[in-house]
Design a protein around this ligand. Sequence first.
Ligand code: ZN
Length: 305
Amino acid sequence: MSKLSLRMKAQENSKRPCDVYGCPARRKNISRYCVAHYSNLANTGHLEGRLIPRSTIKPLQKSALDYINAHLDHPLITKALDHIQLQIIDKGKAPNPPYLKPRTLPQIIEAKTYAELRRLQIPSPIVKGCGINGGSMITERPAPVSAAEVLAVCTGVWLATKLNQRLLKDDGDSMTWALANGVLGLRMYRQVTAWSKEGRDNQTREPGAHARRTVGTTVRPLSYVFQAIAEKIAPYIVETPEQALARQADERRPLPDADVPLYVPPAPSARVIPLLPPRYARPQHDPHAIEVWSRLDALWTKAGM
Ligand SMILES: [Zn+2]
């Protein structure tokens, strides 16, 4: 299989079963996996991953955005917004792609990431009427994505995964991809129109795995901020189920306040009577016992015993 063309390699490869244990489907093109597992890995960062629905994130994202807008002067939020502005917003505002012809893989990744970030800054208008000339009209012109919006959607994703931990397969790539999917899903994906055998064909270009990973690792270091905001808008997410039950029980029947006994200092007495042992005979041999006895003897004599 050394000198085969890519097409023949793909032909050979697609006869073999998917590399995931127990999956009976054939491989996709030159990939190790079948179509389903390949797209799972590319879209969610995990072979068995599922995308988090927008409807799960949206309400959380909205309350996070309200909180962020009310606390714009907080140093933690200011820092996070600065980071996002520099890494996500400003990079998408650059009018030209970074390379005329990206050649190496790092250059290709940079160019693909730029294309996605650019899409967030010049979102295409929502058109009604299948895009036919003269027969369609623009119904909405979405605003460019702002830094606060990015922070809010990341907090929404973070909070959703804390509230329902089954949304993610692991805390590594799955979390990185989930954050990236939240950011990249803020505006419509790139649309391309091409002529196919059936005629005019509109296609959606989803962000690639490289772009998702890059965006995810860019926002991931802010997870401390996501957690801090999440704890403010949903204060009980850090509790274990047992702690939640105990708190609810306490709220239903609050414990009585502990009775602290009032400390009364003893009244000063005029004469302090030392507590002395009864007088005993002087010991004979032990020097330590004799020394103790003579000290006591002085006290006995003073007390008149
Ligand atoms: Zn498979």
